[in-house]
Design a protein around this ligand. Sequence first.
Ligand code: NDP
Length: 240
Amino acid sequence: MARVAVVTGGTRGIGRAICETLMGDGFTVIASYAGNDDAARAFTDETGIATYKFDVGDFDATQQACAKIAEEVGPIDVVVNNAGITRDGTLLRMSYEEWDDVMRTNLGGCFNMAKAAFEGMKDRKWGRIINIGSINGQAGQYGQVNYAAAKSGIHGFTKALAQEGARYGITVNAIAPGYIDTDMVAAVPENVLEKIVAKIPVGRLGQASEIARGVSFLAAEEGAFVTGSTLSINGGQHMY
Ligand code: NDP
């Protein structure tokens, strides 16, 4: 039977490309999303991939949704913690809610999903947890103390959980994308984006499919010896 992969925030952007690639690899793929029903419907129509709507930042909702997925589709073998948001602003302008929303979603979501899936992976002695970090978690970014802290936290979370999973055949890795051409980056003002692209040695934004290829590598059977690592896919913008 095909292994089951759950991709959070799988209906748009990078998550969508990850879903399509993992489906091509032979996984049974489930995409989660937060609230954009139209995008989710279009995604399912175009890909045939089922969606589940829940807030990954909500612990109880995530446990319930993952239990439902396990019951309706099968035990979760692969978790891709991709759901993420930005609430940018300098520290002096950032509200506590903007800090908290980003921490809950981007970092809390990884904990909530791992809690839901790890025990079953341990029992079955096989699992893959792949966390989408960010170049801005590695290097920091003006106006993003919330986002950089959450993404940096993902890299620590990855290394710690990798040590817990190793003896059970569970690998835990992170991917740190650079600037990728998605809705999230479309929200960056054009003059700022031009300056960002000028700093990318390969001279362009990345494509979502280029991140998905990294996920595919880590999710594969042959990925079993890679754990606790961070794969930077950023066009050479930050060499870490
Ligand atoms: P998008 O904004 O294009 O898509 C975000 C996805 O996450 C949507 O499916 C959205 O659902 C879902 N989502 C948002 N909040 C929640 C939540 N609370 N619970 C469940 N799902 C949620 O993002 P990208 O594809 O650009 O980014 C994907 C990941 O990659 C993020 O973690 C981001 O931080 C990271 N990243 C992106 C970079 C880039 O350049 N784009 C660079 C580095 C990292 P809905 O449609 O319902 O809103």
